[in-house]
Structure formats: structure tokens, C-alpha cells
Design a protein around this ligand. Sequence first.
Ligand code: NAD
Length: 721
Amino acid sequence: MDNRTNKLYNLNIDADGIALLTIDQKENPTNLFSNEFVKAFIEVCNEAVADENIKGIIVTSGRSMFMPGADLRELEKIGTDAEKQFNSMMEMHRAFREIEKAGKPLVAAINGTAMGGGLELCLVCHHRIVLNNSKIKLGFPESKVGLLPGGGGTVKAPYLLGMQNALMYLLQGKEVRPQQALKDGLVNDIAETQEELIEKAKAWILENPQAVQPWDNKKYRIPGGAFWTPNSVQTLIGAVGNVSKMTHGNYPAQSSILSVIHDGLQLPVDRAFEVEARYFTKLVTSKEAKNMIRTGFMGMQAARKGKARPKDEAPYEVKKLGILGAGMMGAGIAYVSAKAGMEVVLKDISVENAEKGKAYSQKLLDKAISRGRSTPEKAAALLDKIQATDDPKAMQDCDLVIEAVFEDPKLKDKVTKETEAVLSGDKIYASNTSTIPISLLAESSERPENFIGIHFFSPVDKMPLVEIIVGEKTSSKAIAAAIDYTVAIKKIPIVVNDSRGFFTSRCFGTYVNEGMFLLEEGVPAAMIENIARKKGMPVGPLAVHDEVTLTLSKHVIESNPAAKNAETERAYKIIIDLIGKGRTAKKDGAGFYDYPKGEKKKLWKGLAEMFNADINALDQETIAKRIMHRQALESFRCLDEGVLNSVVDGDIGSVLGWGFPIYTGGALSYIDYVGIQNFVADCDAYQQQYGNRWNVPTSLRALAEAGLSVHDFKREGSLVG
Ligand SMILES: NC(=O)c1ccc[n+]([C@@H]2O[C@H](COP(=O)([O-])OP(=O)(O)OC[C@H]3O[C@@H](n4cnc5c(N)ncnc54)[C@H](O)[C@@H]3O)[C@@H](O)[C@H]2O)c1
């Protein structure tokens, strides 16, 4: 066997007969576990195994990451031919097993992040040494995209980690750094430098000419005990309960992982791989995994890179950012922007107020330092970037100004004018308003083409979504600038055209309203809340309304008389009734729930009497559909009316904006998930029964009649990418 270089790897054989296989996928941005690579890996390993002059193989990476996972583009394209998929998985398993059982030592020299398929490749190796670099992550994130580790990871992890720890890794996609990986037994050794990593790998090969995997070693004992020990049985029973509580049966990956562990540990290991391949095949061909890969991975990755930006506009760099208002939102925006390296001018009505906003960054940094995620030096450098001021003129050299003062059109008018008096004419001005139309606010501006909405979510440092609102006169340069800024601060932008409530608040509003309407119709509150959560909503519609506050809903309805319709009027009456009874918000201790100090919240008993609760008011299926369909229908309207530019923006916005469950693919893909024709039929029936909020847009009906999907929706003339 000779040295070689090709588009997937480099192979160098040293004087001791040790083959260094450096994975370097030259045509990919990073190394990926793809069909083409696996085939090449198996071939080269087989050759090395067969060559008597080669004592062992070191597998390492020529890129900054070892291998961050499988090529999801490939997985997304897998059709529904389960048998073909299963056979190809088994072919891979058999080949990996031959390499493992050949006796020739393989060592993984993990010099970068190894996740999913990348980590499973390391598990084909008999020994794993990782570089001690805190940037390196190891883990099995497959369950996050609706899959299980299908390269042998689900079977092997319990052998190495023990049942309990393996469950944490597999079910939750736990990621660890090198030190923890060593402690948990995921790797066998750690090295301080790249040289030491390779030296240690060579030494291990020379000391272990006949390598055996733990699962092939009869004397090997699984940490924490084998499957049938009482400890393990109890752990598994507990996990079944937790999984069902966590997923409500909506995410098949988690229960499949449990099944593979349950069956796999009782079977000879080669049969266990067969079980793993069966379940993997079932998952990879499932709607849920396809949805999670499409929206949660592909869609978000593309959005994160600024896919929606108008292509012809030059990149817009924000070196200096101005923020008007150092309240809750302004303070958060200052932190994320300074963290991304921008100079920030944070302005409020007094320096004291502005400093208070800056202190929020200090608080977050102190927490990061206490958790070992930052250092006092880094924190000081970040704080140095934020200049607290009360002087409107301080905005003058800014590339972008984001306004986050009180939600008051008169005040916003004043600060817009004040800022434009000093801001250079080619710079961008954005408002973080949550309810006021951007085109209306832009009337205060002499340069409405530079005026745009950049709508953050609270808390800014945690919430990844940013809704970019395009006003009537907003230029494509301003859209590009807003997207470039959002990408620079590592958030995910979606572009939305101006309309009441934009996209997220408008559709989220239908969730909250439908919850109240069901309540008013006599459905017991607990049923509404439980069914919503069972469908995968993170918080019930009544509980989330308490968090938003009923007083805010009242204010929003009152301040938008133009948006009045039967639905808002009905919601308004219910809200007013509740407020009249002192039920206003979670922060006030009383809303749909009671919030006794130091105890868990409880639904307010008075609701049953107030709305004549009756357990038989409506069947569970209809309740579930009304809660979920209503959000999807409103999302489709946003698409139809041009508020949304694309299905994927709606899907991402719904998942990240208000927690619409990702297994459905998002609020628009949900329509396909339940079947577009069923969806339309349900909405038609509800329209008859419950009124016009259930009207089906003509374009949706046409898609259903043509047997198409929401993803086939097309509209001409969109401004964005
Ligand atoms: N709170 C949220 O969850 C949320 C989410 C998205 C958008 N928003 C929007 O963001 C904006 C700010 O909201 P917030 O929650 O941060 O409000 P906030 O009340 O916490 O802060 C507003 C700040 O603006 C300051 N201010 C008032 N007049 C000013 C002036 N002339 N110049 C500079 N600063 C001035 C106030 O002193 C205060 O510190 C609002 O438009 C709101 O609708 C809020």
C-alpha cells in the first residue's frame, strides 16, 4: 500500500508501518459522514488491514473539525424505500464490523469536533484519543433532527458509557468537551498537543498489535451493570416515563432509541446492529425527521447565513451600532452586538439609565465568568465597547441605529427626527417596535428607504430569531444591511413585509385567542392546556397569555382600532371580563392561573364557574385541531397576503418565534403534515360552525385540489432572495 492523496483523504505510511489516514474532504466546507466517504473509508481500511506491512491505522482530520456529522442533505433526499435503505445500512455495518474484528488496531486521533456520524466513525476505531481543546465537542445530536445514531452509535454508546449516561447522550443529544468525554469513557485518552496526539496513537498501536472492541470482548463489563441488572432495568423504566412526558409521542426518535437499547443489549452485538438499522430506517423515512432536517437544520442554516438577503446589494458592515433606549430590549441588543465585536452607543434619557442598560451586560458576563464561559479580560473588553450616553448626537458615526424606546408613536417620531439630524444619509435606521407598522413610523423619516424594522424577541441574548420588517418604502439596501447585521450577531433572520402584528405576533395571537374561545365555549381550562402541550406547544395558550399579560393584549387591541374584527372583539370581551375580576398577569400573581408564592402555578378555580366548564363540551380531537390548525391557517394567510416571502421563513419564524413544534416542520409545513386536503376539509367544517376566522384562502384550496403541498406555493415579484 502506498501513500496517496485524493479528494476525500490523505494517506501517509511511516517507517514503522503505521498508516496515518487524514480525512480531508477537499470539495466540502467540512468533513462529512456521507455515502461516498464511508465507501472510501471502508476501502482504504480494508486495504490497510490486508497489507502485512501495516501495523495499524490512525484516523485523524486535516480540517478544523474532525467530522461534525452526517451529510444531512443526503439524508433529506432519502426516499421512502425502506428496504433499500435498510440494506445499505447493513452493508455499512458488516463492513465496519469486519474492520473492527480484523484485529489490526485502529486509533481515532480526534483533533476537532466529532459529532454524530463523525463520532460513530471514531467508535469503529479500537482506541480514541482526543486533543485537550475546549472548542472540541463530542456527542450524538441525531435525536435533534428526528434520527438516532445509525452508524452503530446507539448500540455502542451503552457499552462505553453505561446505560444511564448513554441515555443522556442519545436521547437529549448531550454534547461534551474533551475532559468530560474522557471522564465518561467516550474516549480513552487525552493529548495536550497535536504532536502528542499522534505520538500517543502510534504508541498505542505498537503496544496493542491485536486490538479488540469492548463489545467483542467476553470479559468486558458494561459500566453500571449489564442490561438485566436491577439498576439498568430501573433506569430504562424511568427513561420510558421521561420520554413519554417529554415527547408526548410526537417525536419517534426518542422512543426508537429506547427500543434499540432495550433490544440491542440483550442480543449478540451483530444482531443489535440489525435492530439499530431497522429503527434508523424507520426514522429516516419518517415525516418527522424530514421536517426536522428541512426546517431545523437546512432552513435555519441557510437563514443563519443570510440566504434571504437581496443578492445584488453590497455587504453592509456595522462597525458602530447606535441603540436608542437602554431598557429591557436595548440592553439585550447592546450585549449581543458588543459580543459580536461591534462598538455600541447605548442612549437613554439619562446617563444613569443608559448605564443601567449597560449593567445588564455586566450581569450576563459575571454569570458567564462564574460558569467558566468567559474571562474577566474578555468581559472587560466587551464592556469597553459599550458607551452609555444621553446625547442624541452620539449617534452620528453609527452605521446602524436601532430604536428601542417605549412603544409610543409620538416618542418614536421624536427620536427618529433627532437621530436623522445627525446620522449620515446613507446609514440605516431601524425600529424594534412590536406592534406599530413600519410604514407608519417611516412617515417621521426623511429617508424612508433607509427605514426598516428589526424585531428582536425577549430575552434578546437567548432568543435566536429576528424578524426583519420591510416597510412600503424600505430599499433593498436596507434589507441587506439588516440581514447582514443579524447574521453578524449570530441570530437567524426572517424577512417579513409590513402588516399588523407582522408575522409572529399575529399568528401567536391566534393561538392565545383560540385557547380563550375554547374556554368560553365551556371546554375546561385544564383540557385546553394539556391538549396544547400534548400536541407539542411548549406552554398552554392560557399560561402563555398570563406571561404576555392580559393588560398588554387589551392595550394592543385598543390601540389598533383599524384591525378590529369579530375575533378581536370576542377576545377583547373575555380579556376585559377577566381584568375586571383582577385577573391580569402572571407578574401580578393572578391570571388564568393563580401563582401562589413558592408553589407551582394552579389554574384559577373561578374559570370553571365563569365559563360553565363542561368536560363534554367538545371532543379532544377537535380541541387539538382548533388549537393547531388555527395557527397554521393564519400563517398561510401571511404567505398568501405577502407578509411572508417564503414557506421556510414561516416555518422558522413559528418554531423559533413562538415555539410551534418542530416535528411538524413549522406552522406552514404542519398543513402538509396533517394532509393538505384534510386540513382544508377541517377548516371548511369549522368555518360553518365557528365563523369566518376559518375561511380558507383560495390559493390554499387550489393547492389542495391540485394535490400539491404548501411548499408548492409561489408568488411573483418578491423583493428578497
Ligand atoms: N419587551 C419585549 O418583549 C419586546 C419585544 C420586542 C419588541 N419590543 C419593543 O421594543 C421597544 C422597547 O421595549 P422595552 O421592553 O425594552 O421597553 P423598556 O420600557 O424596558 O425600555 C424603554 C427605554 O426607552 C427609554 N427612553 C424613553 N425615551 C427615550 C429617548 N428619548 N431616548 C432614548 N431612550 C428613551 C426609557 O428610559 C427606557 O429605558 C418597544 O417598542 C417594544 O414594543 C419589546
